[in-house]
Write a protein that binds this ligand. Structure first.
Ligand code: GMT
Length: 376
């Protein structure tokens, strides 16, 4: 198939899923065209059967807001025409889904170009429900030829909140288990914790929904019982407040802020446990990547996370903001080797048996086939 993919090319779960999906599809023989305003962060454009088409948004003094959605729609239609795309697959409803609809209408005199929208979470739970975007989000979901959601929880919320009756197929996040796996990386761990403390890790875009300050509080609490060092990977609005809190709680020497990193598969295996204390998480890709690396997630019981983590088996789930409970889980993982061994093995099993690329990518392929057939 010739597939056009549009996503946010930045550090965020939806862009990562879209990029990894494109690379997996190309490895399976499809030709994938990324249509985005920048090269997606994890994309190597030299990969065989991958093309990157930049969307240029030219500005003009009249525009207070450059019309990105229109530039994107034009580029989508152009690429679809030149490269005979079979379909467009857009990740994150706003504004990608509407741009795809416009591209479809532009090509309508020649042929029908179907498009699939994948809902990732905040496009529904935060942005889409905002009054200014609600009607257009609902419309774009209804107009898509295919809609997928990354968890059953997000599917149910979308149907409920937007009053949408159309089918939405659940296709969970996936991980490449050949790339994400544990390794014997004790030497590299020592560069962060020379005294031999065990490492905790957190990865996110440091937006308020991630509750990164809770990571610092959990570390401070857990350190009352056992030595530990926290790696904070990523950047965003709450990085400054998290650094300040670390100083206030007197743990600044036990936290390393690494900023945005391109090869998280090299960092995650250094840790014993992953902290994901999010307010909301439609799936929790970071937790899945950790489990594939045999790193045990300590997370919150929100959104689609329980579809991934079985509490007490391959990770821990606690209530949002329950710092003492999460710190106690961390302490037990750092001090009880048998428990850690058992749960890390179970996590790797969950990742490879249920969420590895080989299991999930074929679900996208059959979804595409159905959509293309329906579009005639
Ligand atoms: O987590 C974020 O804020 C980024 C966001 C995105 O859309 O880029 O992530 C969402 O998509 C990920 C990939 O499908 C999911 O694993 C995350 O759970 C989801 N985030 C939220 O729902 C907050």
């Amino acid at each position: 198939m010739n597939i056009g993919i549009t996503c946010y090319p930045t550090y965020g779960g939806s862009g990562i899923v879209a990029t990894e999906l494109g690379m997996e599809l190309a490895a399976r023989g499809h030709h994938v065209h990324f249509i985005t305003y920048a090269n997606p962060i994890r994309l190597d454009p030299d990969t065989p059967r991958i093309d990157y088409h930049e969307v240029e948004v030219s500005n003009y003094p009249l525009f207070q807001y450059p019309p990105y959605c229109l530039a994107l729609a034009s580029r989508m239609a152009e690429v679809a025409d030149c490269y005979a795309l079979d379909l467009l697959h857009v990740h994150y409803a706003i504004p990608h889904s509407i741009a795809a609809l416009l591209a479809q209408q532009m090509l309508a005199p020649k042929r029908r170009l179907p498009f699939v929208t994948t809902l990732h979470g905040t496009d529904i739970t935060l942005v889409g429900v905002d009054r200014s975007y609600f009607p257009i989000t609902k419309f774009s979901i209804e107009q898509s030829d295919g809609v997928t959601s990354i968890s059953e929880d997000l599917r149910a919320q979308t149907a409920d909140v937007f009053g949408i009756a159309r089918p939405i197929e659940v296709i969970h996040n996936f991980v490449n288990c050949d790339l994400y796996h544990s390794n014997d990386a004790k030497k590299e761990a020592a560069q962060f914790a020379p005294a031999g403390e065990k490492l905790l890790i957190h990865l996110s875009n440091f937006r308020p929904v991630k509750r990164v300050l809770d990571c610092i509080r959990i570390l401070a609490e857990a350190r009352k019982n056992t030595p530990a060092h926290l790696l904070m990977v990523g950047d965003g609005p709450d990085r400054g407040p998290a650094e300040l809190l670390a100083r206030q709680l007197d743990v600044a020497g036990h936290v390393t802020f690494l900023g945005k990193q391109n090869h998280v598969e090299r960092l995650i295996p250094l840790a014993h446990a992953l902290l994901m204390p999010s307010e909301m998480e439609s799936f929790g890709l970071a937790a899945l990547e950790a489990m594939a690396c045999s790193v045990v997630p300590v997370a919150t019981r929100v959104g689609g996370v329980p579809e991934l983590i079985t509490d007490g088996v391959d990770g821990f789930l606690e209530a949002v903001g329950d710092i003492p409970a999460m710190a106690a889980r961390v302490t037990s993982l750092l001090t009880d080797e048998d428990l850690h061994y058992r749960m890390s093995k179970a996590g790797r099993w969950t990742a490879s048996a249920r969420f590895c690329s080989e299991k999930i990518i074929p679900q996208y392929e059959s979804h595409y086939k159905e959509v293309i057939e329906r579009a005639g």
